[in-house]
Ligand binder design. Structure first.
Ligand code: NAD
Length: 418
């Protein structure tokens, strides 16, 4: 949906200046949704195939612990099955956090979560997004590009969710991501009511001194996700949760029951598929060999808006709190030849390196292809590279990645093209 809505938006608003005249452009939302469904079912089938190829039994059903070494499975195709093992890995993920106090009830038709927002049958005239985190920005930009008037209401003073660089959050706030979107910061939604086919949202300033009512055709609730453990009967296995409902684990992914490990959204850390994937491999390595490792400082984050946002490692704010001295090297895509030639040059690369050693501590990017470019930064952090190491590494010309090299130059000395 992100990719195809971007192509649609670009066809409408961007092709003319590139010398491509398109006679008429119409949105076929039904077909776009079919393409989305195929994009989801394809990888799922491939994974089922991988299970077969690797002789992994795949049992479709809902599991529930009956003892620390046994689960029963309510099979999707009917009936029950039992499984016994000395090793279990719980990876049940997360679900949408319900609205606190029940003031906004998700019906997945007019008041939707990310699930419903990926299946709207028509483009809403006015979409109000509650929560300016990753989901709010990504799905807000999808429907904005498809023609909705989007307003994002965010309780905090910044958008982009936890861990985002403050400077980048400001740039998104001012002029990016949305074709026509606006942000209402320091504002919280109290409750919603349906009236004459619309949803009326009662909003209040974060300080509680101002009230207003917003009208929407569709409301997207994107206020976070919470661990999903329903029906697992964790008590039977002696597994404990913390006060936020996360399964408690130690550094080897052991739950409070040493025979049961746990990874992903249902336990601590960022709720990202690639973080869970690293944990899954490390947990199995612990079971097989007694050793495993995940470098949480080298897990990248990406917001798939346009321009994209990505980051890895520390933010300036975090380093200030830790009292670490650092240098910042920044390079704007407007000075990168590929970005300029492509007429897609909003944003910048920012590299933070330790003052004394020049070691790369954090990389923050907003710009074209930021989600791909961050891979280079993850490698740098994983291998303990210095900014000079990157700056002295040849990067092909003309490519966007030269902006990464030049930001590294700026961190330890001076960029050539700015
Ligand atoms: P989030 O935690 O990123 O953002 C939720 C936002 O809602 C916060 O900024 C919060 O201040 C705000 N909020 C909460 N209550 C509010 C209220 N009553 N009124 C106004 N604002 C309110 O959560 P999300 O965007 O729902 O995403 C959930 C999880 O899914 C995150 O952990 C995210 O990393 C993950 N995710 C990641 C990707 C990606 O990596 N591209 C994509 C989708 C989801």
């Amino acid at each position: 949906m992100l990719n195809n809505s971007h192509i649609y938006h670009q066809t409408l608003h961007d092709l003319k200046k590139r010398g491509i005249d398109v006679a008429s452009v119409t949105l076929n939302l039904d077909n776009m949704l079919v393409a989305k469904d195929k994009a989801v079912s394809g990888p799922r089938k491939s994974i089922e195939h991988l299970f077969k190829q690797n002789k992994v039994d795949y049992i479709r059903g809902a599991a529930s612990f009956v003892s620390p070494t046994k689960v029963t499975v309510e099979l999707l195709d009917g009936g029950k099955s039992e499984l016994e093992s000395n090793n279990f890995v719980v990876a049940t993920g997360s679900e949408v956090t319900p609205f606190p106090g029940g003031g906004v009830q998700i019906d997945e038709q007019q008041i939707v979560s990310s699930t419903g927002a990926l299946s709207l049958q028509t483009v809403p005239e006015k979409l109000v997004v509650i929560g300016g985190g990753v989901i709010g920005l990504e799905l807000g930009s999808v429907w904005s590009r498809l023609g909705a008037e989007v307003t994002v209401v965010e309780f905090l003073g910044g958008i982009g969710g936890a861990g985002i660089d403050e400077e980048i959050a400001c740039v998104i706030r001012l002029d990016h991501s949305f074709a026509s979107g606006k942000f209402k910061l320091h504002t919280k939604i109290i409750f919603a009511e349906k009236h004459n086919g619309k949803v009326l949202l009662h909003a209040q300033s974060a300080k509680g001194d101002k009230d207003e009512t917003l009208e929407a055709d569709v409301v997207l609730v994107a206020i976070g996700r919470r661990p999903y453990v329903e029906g697992l009967n964790l008590a039977a296995a002696g597994i404990e949760l913390d006060t936020k409902g996360r399964i408690i684990i130690d550094h080897q992914f052991n739950t409070s029951n040493k025979n049961i490990k746990c990874i992903g959204d249902v336990t601590f850390g960022t709720m990202l598929a690639h973080k869970a994937e690293e944990e899954g491999i490390a947990a199995v390595e612990y079971i097989k060999t007694g050793h495993g490792h995940v470098n949480y400082n080298a897990i990248p984050s990406v917001i798939y808006t346009h321009p994209e946002v990505s980051w890895v490692g520390k933010t300036e704010q975090e380093l200030k709190v830790e009292g670490v001295q650092y240098n910042v090297g920044k390079f704007n895509f407007s000075a990168n030849s590929r970005a300029k030639t492509n007429l897609d040059y909003e944003g910048f690369v920012k590299i933070i390196a330790e003052k004394e050693t020049d070691k790369v501590l954090g990389v923050h990017i907003i710009g074209p292809n930021a989600g791909e470019m961050i891979g280079e930064a993850v490698l740098a952090i994983e291998y303990g590279a210095s900014a000079e190491d990157i700056a002295r590494t040849s990067h092909a010309h003309p490519t966007l990645s030269e902006a990464f090299k030049e930001a590294a130059m700026a961190a330890y000395s001076k960029p050539i093209h700015m």
